[in-house]
Design a protein around this ligand. Structure first.
Ligand SMILES: Cc1cc2nc3c(=O)[nH]c(=O)nc-3n(C[C@H](O)[C@H](O)[C@H](O)COP(=O)(O)OP(=O)(O)OC[C@H]3O[C@@H](n4cnc5c(N)ncnc54)[C@H](O)[C@@H]3O)c2cc1C
Length: 552
């Protein structure tokens, strides 16, 4: 029907609808649009942020990191219509079949639904993310960087492909459709502060909503769908204490647990064998002059909107009980071995220059991976360092390359978020304490997988693997540079067992009827692939489930 601001709603109003979707990010928007297309149901979409970002809205995300060093919680997700799709980099890849199937030796592994059940939704998700291709595995004749061809791959070393979304900003690209839709009413500036239920907390009945302008109202619904992002979805459940002081759907103390990320960091270096070694000519493309510099800086990016990385075969993962793993080669900054902000900005700019057609499209669609003003600022600020990088890169031939890893984290109930009873936000909601933890198995698995890739690169004549110091020892030390990918996964996980999951394989809470979760919170495992595409696919599957159950 329209996108409305909550300021127009008198305090104390009670709205009625069929389905109330909480969160207007990619998941929430996909659910609402899909339901509207396939049913005659009325849908209220509640978005905490506005049509444009504001500091006051963003401040509602504030919280404390009490575990591993992590991003500032205010900045790792975005309160605005479209959610974090306003800031995402656009890299898409579905999770692998083996992520769904589970592997021996990985506790709590696998999804209770199969890849085949998700397959049609991945296709539809790719369309919503405006992907030009759904090529996820290499095909003969593909124009790939030489380092990702034989003899550098083979045996148990395989490669995986990512496709680049423009990147689609859901709040911009789908805004007209939301505005024009007869069945959807979207409210911006509308923060769900409590999921309402019957007295016993066994059936969801609606949502209590508050706005920073001070008005509060209630949306009564036949079903409530949470799609506020994995951190806020769990926060909302934990803060909904009307029927259970431990939070709604939290009888088994699983809500907020199993928080997962994808560890991102340099885990090793390849010390290149000297010129003259038989395969060294393969490196000519990155050795020579300024075109070599450009190729080195964008080594992982073939032409077009695609990215490539090494992975390990399913058979070897199963045999050695490894987590799913990806790593790619990067040039090592001659100035600053750790990747500085300026260096990263420079590489991003060079990467984009490799696909000028894509860049023009991004500018036209207002879809640059991060706001261009900020990128330009980072480039200008880093000019002295960048000049040095270009100078050194142009004069020298590389002697080493870094292995930059993006790996799976195993499910761990102690990696979790809880509420901080002593700190509330401007709407009175308790703030989050995030205790991100990794397990020994996560690091051991990276060490094992990296060794397999190192051995292949050695055999191929490229060079010798030198693991980073932290990756030579069996300890909890991850060394410097450990980051996540802004990928928040697993806090209301799906399982057939209510003791190990918050929702069932359909996405409905085990202990609360008519309450569903439609975002990354449900992922029981996260593979290594960036989560966006799988999130949208899951939300579309959930929309079909809801359509079949609530259609009048
Ligand atoms: C810098 C950055 C780069 C990224 N790059 C990639 C990438 O390249 N590839 C990839 O796959 N992923 C990437 N991601 C992650 C990706 O953006 C998220 O996984 C995705 O946006 C999740 O979608 P969502 O709808 O579940 O959650 P969100 O995008 O977080 O949207 C949730 C929405 O709910 C709203 N909300 C929150 N709480 C409430 C409440 N109580 N009431 C009402 N509304 C609420 C929020 O304001 C927000 O609009 C990136 C993320 C960031 C930050």
């Amino acid at each position: 029907m329209a996108i409305r601001n909550t300021s127009a709603i008198p305090k104390g109003t009670e709205l009625e609808t069929d389905i109330c979707v909480v969160g207007g990010g990619p998941a929430g928007i996909s659910i609402a649009l899909s339901l509207s297309k396939s049913t005659n149901l009325n849908i209220v979409l509640l978005e905490s942020g506005g049509l444009d970002a504001s500091d006051a809205d963003q401040a509602l995300n504030d919280g404390a990191n009490v575990g591993l060093d992590y991003y500032d919680l205010t900045m790792t997700r975005h309160r605005v219509l479209g959610g974090s799709s306003h800031k995402w980099a656009g890299w898409c890849r579905p999770m692998d079949e083996l992520d769904f199937d589970g592997r021996p030796g990985i506790p709590d592994g696998g999804w209770p639904i199969s890849y085949d059940e998700m397959r049609p939704y991945f296709k539809e998700a790719a369309r919503l993310c405006q992907l030009e291709s759904e090529q996820w595995e290499p095909a003969p004749g593909m124009d790939l960087p030489p380092l990702y061809l034989r003899p550098f791959i083979g045996g148990d070393v395989e490669i995986a492909l990512w496709q680049g979304s423009p990147p689609t900003k859901f709040g911009i690209v789908y805004r007209d459709r939301l505005e024009a839709d007869e069945q959807i009413t979207a409210y911006v500036g509308a923060t769900a502060v409590e999921v309402l239920s019957d007295e016993d907390g066994q059936q969801a009945t609606g949502v209590r909503v508050a706005s920073l302008r001070g008005n509060e109202f209630v949306v009564k619904a036949r079903a409530v769908v949470l799609a506020a992002g994995a951190i806020e979805t769990a926060r909302l459940l934990l803060a909904s204490t009307g029927a259970n002081p431990a939070g709604l759907a939290n009888e088994n103390d699983v809500v907020g647990r199993y928080f997962m990320e994808h560890p991102h960091l340099v885990t090793g270096r390849i010390e290149l064998y000297p010129q003259g070694t038989h395969n060294r000519p393969m490196l000519a493309s990155i050795d020579k002059g300024f075109s070599g510099v450009r190729a080195r800086l964008a080594m992982q990016r073939p032409a077009g909107a695609m990215k490539v990385a090494y992975t390990i075969s399913r058979e070897r993962q199963e045999k050695e009980h490894l987590l799913n793993f990806s790593t790619h080669l990067r040039t090592v900054s001659p100035v600053n071995r750790e990747e500085s902000d300026a260096y990263q900005a420079f590489k991003l700019a060079v990467g984009n220059l490799r696909s000028p057609k894509r860049m023009i499209k991004q500018i036209r669609d207002r879809a640059l991976p991060e706001d261009s003003g900020n990128l330009v600022k980072r480039l200008v600020k880093g000019t002295p360092e960048i000049t040095q990088v270009i100078y050194h890169e142009a004069l020298r031939k590389p002697t080493e390359l870094a292995l930059y890893t993006q790996s799976e984290q195993s499910p761990n109930p102690d990696s979790r978020l809880t509420l901080d009873p002593d700190r509330t936000d401007a709407l009175g909601m308790p703030r989050i304490k995030l205790d991100w933890r990794l397990s020994r198995i996560d690091k051991q698995s990276i060490m094992g997988a990296q060794e397999i890739i190192g051995a292949q690169l050695d055999r191929s004549g490229l060079g010798r693997l030198i693991p980073e110091p932290a990756f030579t020892e069996d300890s909890d030390d991850w060394g410097p540079g450990l980051r996540g990918g802004h990928h928040h996964i697993g806090t209301a996980r799906m399982s057939t067992d209510p003791k190990r999951g918050v929702v069932d394989p359909a996405g409905e809470a085990h202990t609360v009827r008519d309450l569903y979760v439609g975002d990354t919170a449900v992922f029981p495992v996260g593979g290594y692939a960036n989560p966006f595409l799988t999130t949208v696919a899951w939300s579309l599957r959930l929309a079909d489930t809801i359509a079949s159950r609530y259609q009048r």
